[in-house]
Ligand binder design. Structure first.
Ligand SMILES: *Cc1c(COP(=O)(O)O)cnc(C)c1O
Length: 225
């Protein structure tokens, strides 16, 4: 408790930098996505003034309301929550990125519904890497086929994968599922798959050691929800 927003951002960025160093990654190669779900627009504005530009939201109505309040800001909005098919139209028109695509039907709808005046929607496919029943995402074995289907869709730009593993406190065990996912994507040999969206407040260093290019951080920046 008690850290101000500036201190929290500085601390998280420092942790990212240290992990990049430890892992031998290029400095600055890991982007910070600030997960602002349940947090008010005023807090997003404060983070924006600290230089943050990419924000992640899980709930469509909540996100759209904040986008309206913050329309004067040059924010890149990322949708990271579960997607119902009756929400694809609004998601396709209100976000720059969607990290949580886990079936072809959703991808097809997002592609068809992406407004023509906007650039292709950046997409990550959500992969369930710990086989947890409660979490969405495709199995690793299904990834190659879905990649081949989604990369054909004209309204989308397939960028990579996203994962939310089962919570784990041991550093080596945190790394294991990320390593498996990274290697599976590398084996597909699609150079356009340049995005690995994994790592949250509790495991961002492990994720960076295993190739994360976007870490999605909520609690460590904005406090408990
Ligand atoms: C809430 C959420 C996060 C952020 O989690 P923290 O543990 O608060 O950092 C990241 N990714 C997804 C998909 C989330 O829903």
């Amino acid at each position: 408790m008690g850290l101000g927003l500036a201190e929290s951002f500085a601390q998280v960025k420092h942790e990212i930098m240290l992990a990049e160093q430890t892992a031998g990654r290029t400095p600055g190669s890991v982007a910070l996505l600030a997960v602002s779900k349940t947090k008010p627009a005023a807090l997003i504005a404060e983070a924006y003034r600290l230089g943050q530009r990419h924000f992640g939201e899980n709930y469509v109505q909540e996100a759209v309301s904040k986008q309206q309040q913050l329309s004067a800001f040059n924010i890149s909005w990322h949708f990271i929550g579960p997607i119902q098919s009756n929400k694809t139209k609004i998601i396709a028109s209100h976000f720059a990125w969607v990290h949580s695509v886990d079936r072809l039907k959703i991808a097809q709808r997002l592609s068809e519904q992406r407004p023509a005046h906007l650039p292709a929607l950046n997409i990550c496919l959500q992969v369930n890497i710990s086989g947890e029943a409660s979490k969405s995402g495709i199995a690793l074995e299904e990834l190659a086929e879905l990649v081949d289907q989604v990369r054909q869709l004209p309204g989308l730009r397939l960028r990579g994968v996203m994962a939310i593993p089962e919570p784990e406190t041991d550093f080596q065990r945190q790394r294991q599922p990320y390593r498996q996912l990274f290697q599976t994507v590398q084996a597909l040999k699609h150079p356009e798959l340049d995005t690995f969206s994994y790592g949250m407040s509790g495991d961002l260093s492990a994720a960076i050691c295993e190739g994360a290019t976007i870490v999605r951080i909520g609690t460590a920046l904005f406090g408990a929800r």
